[in-house]
Ligand binder design. Structure first.
Ligand code: AMP
Ligand code: ZN
Length: 435
């Protein structure tokens, strides 16, 4: 496929000009932010005036914004305009206390839809495609975010929403779906329902592309999804606080995600010192919205760990790429002094063909110390209740995990479909130590 662009003039802007554009947009963002109760106080506290901002490096003079700031200023503390101008809100799935809410005016919704359209276009999606959105609709941004983006691109869109696999398959086959969006953890289950119904998505659908995101997943998981569905799976990064999907997306080369830097200012900092890390090193991603009017967010600490890939991409887009998300700093757990990210466990499990797609890590405190149990579902084709055979495989997996995380967990292989399922993002860790 030749290189082509949704907005060639922006997507291929030479970096020097892109940085100039960012600085210009940043000045406007700061002037707007000043209108909100929250940022006017932040600026006053440090004696900062938006007109003091000259180059993108000046951003370091500003403090970070955290999820706690958004929660504490819920629901309107960061609003820069009249409530009459708001046309939508979304919020994160906070389980206790206030969630972080995001408010959008008409411009913000158009800008967001445009970024999702740009992202989908970069994968090769065109208006002739038929797009099925298997993501939850409602407050979760993956539903409406992709819906409006795909409509802007001109695709016929099927707002199937999450779950109900039999209906997903029927819609996919009846309407000839060519591309679809889902959290990666759902696709293994959808595939199982295809097989239960005597169907093979490789032969019995017209799928060409899947967009997978909203939760951390490994390259091994992507490979599995591609094999199960016989099509390409593109990594999609987004978060509610930054609109939702359409912040970062892989292009047709599937060479990690371009962050749309004309609309998001990207920093990677050391999560401890909060100083920038040298380019290419892993740290916490910090993002500033450059194109949001109703509720700009400055230097937002995403908690997501990644690194910048500065080398130009073959596609010709000048927006830099970020590496697959390694995990969230708050997903990391410590067991017997070892720092572990769930994705490290996933990478090992997904390399083993006998293991299916779902797993659960349970941490417990016992009088003998903390324990870690890794339960993994067996693949239906390899299902066995031959105990010695299972035991050998469990030992092998425990050894491989211990090489990776430097701690030997208990491993239990369980029958296909036996672990609890969620409709949205998968829950991979149950930490019972926290009381
Ligand atoms: P939400 O605001 O509920 O959409 O959640 C946003 C969070 O989901 C991000 O901060 C990431 O931790 C995670 N996330 C979103 N997209 C990806 C992705 N492609 N890979 C890994 N994690 C992701
Ligand atoms: Zn590219």
């Amino acid at each position: 496929m030749e290189n082509s662009f949704w907005q060639p003039e922006v997507e291929t802007l030479p970096r020097k000009e892109l940085e100039k554009l960012q600085a210009e947009k940043m000045r406007k963002v700061l002037a707007r932010a000043q209108q909100s109760a929250f940022y006017s106080k932040v600026f006053a506290d440090i004696g900062f005036k938006p007109e003091d901002f000259k180059t993108v490096d000046d951003i370091r003079r500003l403090p970070f914004t955290t999820k706690d700031n958004l929660r504490a200023n819920y629901p309107f503390g960061l609003l820069t305009c009249s409530k009459d101008d708001i046309v939508r809100m979304h919020c994160t799935s906070g389980t206790t206390g206030n969630p972080a809410a995001v408010l959008y005016n008409r411009h913000d919704l158009d800008s967001w839809a445009n970024l999702v359209a740009r992202s989908m276009f970069a994968t090769g999606t065109r208006s002739s495609d038929i797009f099925q959105n298997m993501s939850g609709y409602g407050l979760f941004t993956g539903g409406l975010g992709f819906q409006y983006g795909a409509e802007k691109l001109g695709c016929m869109t099927i707002p199937a929403a999450a779950g109900n696999s039999k209906r997903q398959i029927k819609l996919m086959r009846d309407f000839g779906t060519t591309c679809a969006h889902s959290v990666p953890s759902y696709l293994g289950r959808l595939h199982a329902v295809f097989l239960e119904n005597g169907l093979d998505p490789k032969k019995d659908t017209q799928l060409k592309r899947l967009f997978i995101g909203a939760e951390p997943h490994s390259e091994e998981t992507r490979q599995r999804i591609q094999e199960m569905f016989g099509c390409k799976a593109f990594n999609s990064f987004g978060m509610t606080e930054m609109n939702g999907p359409g912040v970062g997306f892989e292009c047709q080369y599937q060479a990690e995600m371009h962050i749309w830097e004309d609309c998001y200012l990207l920093e990677i900092v050391d999560p401890e010192t909060l100083e920038p890390v040298p380019e290419g090193e892993i740290g916490e991603m910090v993002i500033t919205t450059l194109d949001r009017q109703a509720m700009p967010v400055i230097r937002y600490r995403t908690r997501d760990l990644t690194r910048i890939i500065a080398e130009p991409c073959k596609c010709g887009r000048t927006a830099r790429r970020i590496d697959r998300i390694k995990g969230r700093s708050d997903d990391m757990f410590i067991i017997k002094g070892c720092n572990v990210f769930p994705i490290q466990i996933e990478r090992i499990l997904m390399k083993i063909p006998n293991v299916a797609n779902d797993y659960l890590i349970t941490l417990d405190a016992t009088p003998e110390g903390d324990t870690m149990l890794v339960e993994a579902e067996l693949h239906p084709d390899f299902f066995t209740d031959d105990y010695p055979q299972l035991k050998t495989l469990q030992h092998k997996i425990a050894r491989e995990l211990s090489d990776e995380i430097l701690f030997t967990p208990l491993v239990k292989l369980v029958p296909p479909g036996s672990l609890p399922k969620t409709e949205g993002k998968a829950v991979r860790v149950k930490d019972n130590r926290k009381g």
